[in-house]
Design a protein around this ligand. Structure first.
Ligand SMILES: [Zn+2]
Length: 584
C-alpha cells in the first residue's frame, strides 16, 4: 500500500511538472492518408530554435513530412502573457499508411505521441451515404416516440418506428479531449473528421492561443469528398445552418459561436444542398434581423455561386425544380420552430415564419436533388431540436421532434430500398439525462399532481390517439400521458402537463445572474418545486455522458461494431467511400 502511495505521488509530481510539450494531432490520433492537417508543438517555456528536436519514427521530421515548420519564439495569451515557444507546420499530408511515432524535445521538455495513419479499401463499398443524426438522441427519446406515435397494447408496441428496423450496431463514446462530457461541436466534428477535439471546437485541435481561427486544422468529410470525389454534398438541419452539427461538415474554428465566419466556410466548400435556418448570419449588418457585424451579403454570394434560393416551403418546392446547380434554403433567421409548434399548435415564431418546411420536406427535396449526380452523394440530416427541447426539459416537444426525425429516417430507408448502394446511419451525438418513469393520469385519485404519477403497475398505458394516421398523436394533452423525468437540471417547477403555449422555460436569471425556478409556472395547479442539482450558472438540463446508440444498414455498415469512439465513425465512412487510397 505504502509503495503504491509513493508511486502515485511521484506520478502526480511528474504530471504536474512543467516539462511536457503538447503535440497536435494528439497521441493515438487516427489520420486518413493524404488528408491535410496542421502539425503543432507547444512548449511550456520559451526555447531556442536550435534546441528544438522533432523526429518521426527516429528520423528528422522535415524529411518525413517533406517540409519544415515555422518556429514561433513567443506565443502570447490573454493580456500578452507569454505562453512559450511553438512550432507550426500547416497543410501537411502523409501519403503512406502505418504507425508514426513523433518525438519532440527542447530545453527540459519532451513529449512523444503515436499516430495511426490509415488507408482505406481501394474500391468504394457505397455510392451514397445518408447520415441521420438526432441531436441529443437518448434511449428515452426513442422509446417515448414509439409509444406516443404507435401506442402499446398489453405491453407490446402497436407499431414500429422507421428506425426500429435498422440494426443497432455500436455504442459510441462521445467524450472530448479535455472532458468526459461533450457538446455537439466536438462530437459531430469527430464524426466528420476522425479527430476528437475540445468542447466548442470544429475541425481543429483546440490550441492554447486565444484566437479561435488559427488552431491546428484537420480535414472535414466535405473537404475530403471535394479532394477525392465528384460526389454531391447535402446538409439538412432544423437548426441554423451555422450551428455546430451542420457546421462540422465544413468548419475550422475553436469556437462554434463564430457563426458569421462559418457562413464563409460553407461558401468555400459549397454544399450542393444546404437547407435549414440561420439567415441572420447571411445578411449584411444594416439589413433588419442581421447578426453580422460586416457588410458582407452572403445571399448575393451564394446566388452568384449558382444557388437557387428558397425562404419558405413554396419556394423550396419551386427551387427544387430549378435547373440551377445548387440549392440554398434558409427558412428562419434562427432555428426552425419545433414540429409541435410549427405543424400543430402554431406557437413559437410561426406567426412570423408561417410556411416553414419540416425535416421530412427538406430531406425529400435534398434526396431528389442530390440523387441526380451519377457519382453519388453524402447527405447529413439533423433533427436539431430533440436536443434543443431536451435542454429546457420540454419532453413533449422533444418526443414529437423525434417522431419527425423518424419520418425522415423513413424517407431515407425508402430511398435505400430503391438504391441499395446507399449506406444509412442513424445516431445521436450525445445523450440527455432523461428517462421515462411512467405516466401522469389525471383520473388517478389524489389531491396533489404527484399522486397522479403512475409507476410500476399503476402506470398503465398512455391514451394518445392518432385517428388521422399521420404518425403524430392528435393531441398531447390527453388524460394519461407519458411521464419523463430528467436527472439533472436547474431549479424549476414540475407541472406534470404539456406546455401548450410554447416551449418550457424552466429557469430564469435573477439579479445575481443565477438561474432560479421560473415563477411563471408556480401557480399551475399541483406544480411542485424541483431543486436543481447543477451549478446555478446553467439555465437548462445538461448533456449526459452515457454512450449513444449507432444504427446502420447498407454497404459498409459492417464496419460499425461494439464500442467505438465517435472519432472511429469517420474511418468507416472513409472506408465506405474509399477516401484513403494510396496514390503512387
Ligand atoms: Zn445540447
Amino acid at each position: 500500500m505504502r509503495k503504491l502511495i509513493l508511486a502515485l505521488a511521484s506520478a502526480t509530481f511528474l504530471a504536474g511538472a512543467a516539462n511536457a510539450a503538447t503535440v497536435y494531432p494528439i497521441d493515438r490520433a487516427t489520420i486518413l492518408i493524404g488528408s491535410p492537417f496542421d502539425f503543432k508543438v507547444e512548449f511550456d517555456a520559451v526555447v531556442k530554435p536550435e534546441d528544438v528536436k522533432v523526429t518521426v519514427n527516429g528520423k528528422d521530421y522535415a524529411e518525413i513530412f517533406g517540409k519544415a515548420a515555422e518556429f514561433v519564439a513567443e506565443e502570447k495569451g490573454a493580456e500578452d502573457k507569454v505562453l512559450g515557444s511553438a512550432l507550426i507546420l500547416r497543410d501537411l499530408a502523409i501519403g503512406t499508411a502505418g504507425a508514426y511515432k513523433v518525438e519532440v524535445s527542447a530545453g527540459g521538455e519532451t513529449q512523444s505521441v503515436n499516430w495511426d495513419v490509415y488507408e482505406t479499401v481501394a474500391q468504394p463499398k457505397a455510392k451514397n451515404i445518408i447520415f441521420l443524426i438526432a441531436d441529443g438522441l437518448s434511449v428515452a427519446h426513442r422509446t417515448g416516440a414509439r409509444i406516443m406515435s404507435k401506442g402499446m397494447t398489453e405491453g407490446k408496441a402497436n407499431g414500429r418506428l422507421a428506425m426500429d428496423d435498422i440494426p443497432p450496431v455500436a455504442f459510441i463514446g462521445t467524450s472530448s479531449t479535455h472532458s468526459i462530457a461533450t457538446d455537439s461541436a466536438n462530437t459531430m466534428s469527430a464524426y466528420m473528421t476522425g479527430h476528437k477535439s475540445r468542447v466548442n471546437a470544429l475541425g481543429v485541435y483546440a490550441d492554447r492561443t486565444p484566437a479561435s481561427l488559427d488552431d491546428p486544422k484537420v480535414e472535414t468529410i466535405a473537404e475530403a469528398l471535394r479532394r477525392n470525389t465528384k460526389k454531391s454534398i447535402g446538409i439538412v438541419t432544423t437548426s441554423e445552418v451555422e450551428d455546430a452539427t451542420p457546421a462540422a461538415l465544413v468548419a475550422h474554428t475553436r469556437k462554434r459561436a463564430d457563426k458569421a465566419d462559418i457562413v464563409g466556410m460553407m461558401l468555400d466548400v459549397k454544399p450542393d444542398v444546404l437547407l435549414g435556418g440561420g439567415s441572420a448570419y447571411f445578411l449584411s449588418k444594416d439589413v433588419p434581423g442581421s447578426k453580422r457585424k460586416d457588410d458582407k451579403d452572403y445571399i448575393a454570394e451564394f446566388r452568384n455561386a449558382d444557388y437557387a434560393i428558397a425562404t419558405d416551403k413554396a419556394e423550396l418546392d419551386a427551387a427544387a425544380g430549378s435547373n440551377q446547380e445548387r440549392l440554398l434554403g434558409l427558412f428562419h433567421t434562427g432555428n426552425l420552430d419545433v414540429t409541435l409548434d410549427r405543424e400543430f399548435l402554431k406557437k413559437g415564431t410561426v406567426d412570423k415564419f408561417p410556411n416553414q418546411p419540416g425535416l421530412v420536406d427538406m430531406t425529400k427535396t435534398a434526396l431528389d436533388k442530390l440523387s441526380k449526380n451519377p457519382e453519388g452523394f453524402f447527405l447529413m440530416v439533423e433533427a436539431a431540436s430533440v436536443d434543443k427541447m431536451s435542454h429546457p426539459l420540454d419532453w413533449d416537444r422533444a418526443l414529437v421532434e423525434t417522431i419527425e426525425f423518424d419520418k425522415a429516417v423513413g424517407i431515407a430507408r425508402e430511398f435505400a430500398e430503391k438504391n441499395p448502394d446507399t449506406l444509412i446511419i442513424v445516431t445521436g451525438d450525445h445523450t440527455h439525462g432523461v428517462a421515462i418513469i411512467g405516466t401522469v393520469d389525471d383520473e388517478k385519485p389524489g389531491e396533489e399532481m404527484r399522486e397522479k404519477v403512475g409507476t410500476y403497475d399503476s402506470a398503465g398505458f398512455p391514451n394518445y390517439e392518432d385517428k388521422d394516421g399521420d404518425g403524430y398523436p392528435d393531441r398531447i394533452d390527453v388524460s394519461r400521458r407519458l411521464f419523463l423525468a430528467a436527472n439533472n437540471g436547474p431549479d424549476h417547477y414540475e407541472t406534470f402537463r404539456p406546455k401548450l403555449d410554447g416551449p418550457f422555460v424552466p429557469a430564469v436569471q435573477n439579479e445575481a445572474k443565477e438561474y432560479v425556478a421560473n415563477e411563471a409556472y408556480k401557480d399551475v395547479p399541483g406544480a411542485v418545486f424541483v431543486p436543481g442539482n447543477i451549478p446555478k450558472e446553467d439555465d437548462t438540463g445538461v448533456h449526459a455522458v452515457d454512450d449513444v446508440v449507432l444504427q446502420a444498414a447498407g454497404p459498409g455498415s459492417e464496419g460499425f461494431r461494439g464500442y467505438m469512439e465517435q472519432s472511429d465513425v469517420y474511418r468507416v465512412l472513409a472506408d465506405a467511400f474509399a477516401l484513403g487510397v494510396p496514390k503512387d
